[in-house]
Design a protein. Structure first.
Ligand SMILES: Nc1nc2c(c(=O)[nH]1)N[C@H]1C(S)=C(S)[C@@H](COP(=O)(O)O)O[C@H]1N2
Ligand SMILES: [Mo]
Length: 370
């Protein structure tokens, strides 16, 4: 393989020289080990984690969810009160908007994800619409603000982690206030005691360690909304401070393959035996159902149709498989998802300053031995 092809597959050097700060981020914020794509619901501890600041240690007895702002009945709810309300469980695939960032060239400096910042869990909690209905939203409410208990500094701006949703997005079906993940209380790193789950949206919308929900009559202009999580085509556009890079919202289609064969310890390059090899993977889109997955063994020159497993639900990834007659040599396994809007994955990344939404086709180099 050429140096470029190795870099595109994430097995060569990533550009820019990784610093200790980035290594620390990468160690704190771990990805889904790709072999865990075998499980339809990601087992505890294997789901990816992304935490901007510190994981807060929350005392569940003292904790309250404050619902305020422009509402007629402000509430302060304990965990027991929330648990007493009607609950639903939904399988939801989460993906970090920065997934694929380290494969961009030049490489944006931030959490250096390759392709595996994803996971699917069964989230249990209270439908957000039910609580908002009880609180009684004012007629002039335009957005709901979700505030985490975690604080930190980003680009010199001290803040708590906060994001808003428009009224329509917040009231949409299946937006949840989740207190359980895969049937157990949320682990600390996933937002204990309560997090927002916004099916179909990139990870940043799913605010963890939720402390407050505030009904707003003006759009929220905080850092994670107006500066972060926007697509800037150039540093100049970002520096202009107009804050008009397009906002990152719903997840673009992507497919990943369970790595076949066995890995080399250091490079994780794969080796497998010649013969019949069932390739399997999972594909998702937050924009529309997955309609099609294609697989290529020759780096995207020839594509074949994969068989799709039955859907797990409207908000979760879809399993697929394809049988490959592997002959000796060097191959590059690719898969490509297409959703019901017709949107498919690009073969080469689309660059932006902060390195979001890189859903370029995954490339897995493998050596097949005779
Ligand atoms: N309060 C709070 N919520 C947060 C974050 C955070 O740093 N603080 N990170 C967000 C981002 S960027 C992602 S990708 C998801 C990750 O969720 P997970 O760690 O449960 O996979 O949480 C989101 N919610
Ligand atoms: Mo993220």
């Amino acid at each position: 393989m050429t140096t470029d092809a190795r870099a595109a597959a994430g097995v060569g050097d990533v550009g820019g020289g990784v610093t200790a700060a980035e290594l620390r981020l990468a160690a704190r914020n771990h990805a889904l080990p790709l072999e865990a794509l075998r499980w339809p619901i990601t087992p505890p501890g294997l789901h990816y984690v992304l935490v901007h600041y510190d994981i807060p240690a929350v005392d569940p007895a003292a904790w309250r969810l404050e619902i305020g702002g422009r509402v007629t009945r402000p509430r302060s709810l304990s965990l027991a009160q929330l648990r007493a309300l009607p609950a639903v469980t939904r399988a939801v695939t989460l993906e970090c908007a920065g997934n694929g960032r380290a494969l961009l060239e030049p490489r944006p400096i931030s959490q250096p994800w390759l392709t595996e910042a994803v996971g699917t869990a069964e989230w249990t909690g209270v439908p957000l619409a039910l609580l908002l209905d009880e609180a009684g939203l004012g007629d002039d409410v335009v957005e709901l603000l979700f505030s985490g208990l975690d604080r930190g500094v980003e680009d010199g701006v001290e803040q708590r982690y906060e994001r808003s949703l428009s009224l329509a997005d917040a009231l949409a079906g299946d937006v949840l206030l989740a207190y359980a993940m895969n049937g157990a209380p949320l682990p600390p790193q996933h937002g204990f005691p309560l997090r927002l789950v916004v099916p179909g949206w990139y990870g940043m919308a799913h605010v963890k360690w939720l402390g407050a929900i505030t009904a707003l009559t003006e759009p929220f202009g905080g850092y994670q909304q107006a500066v972060g999580y926007r697509l800037y085509a150039s540093e100049e556009e970002l520096a202009s401070g107009d804050g008009d890079g397009a906002p990152v919202t719903r997840i673009a289609p992507r497919s990943l393959t369970v790595p076949p064969g066995i890995p080399d310890f250091l490079t994780r390059e794969r080796v497998l035996d010649a013969g019949r090899c069932v390739l399997a993977g999972r594909a998702w889109s937050g924009r529309a159902p997955i309609e099609r997955v294609e697989v290529s063994a020759d780096g995207g020159e020839h594509w074949s149709e994969a068989a799709l497993d039955p859907p797990l639900g409207p908000h979760a990834w879809r399993g697929w498989s394809w049988t490959w007659d592997a002959t000796p040599g060097a191959w590059t396994i690719c898969s490509r998802a297409t959703d019901a809007t017709g949107e498919t994955q690009p073969l080469t990344p689309v660059w932006n300053v902060k390195g979001y939404v890189n859903n370029a086709v995954e490339r897995i180099p493998v050596t097949v031995r005779g």
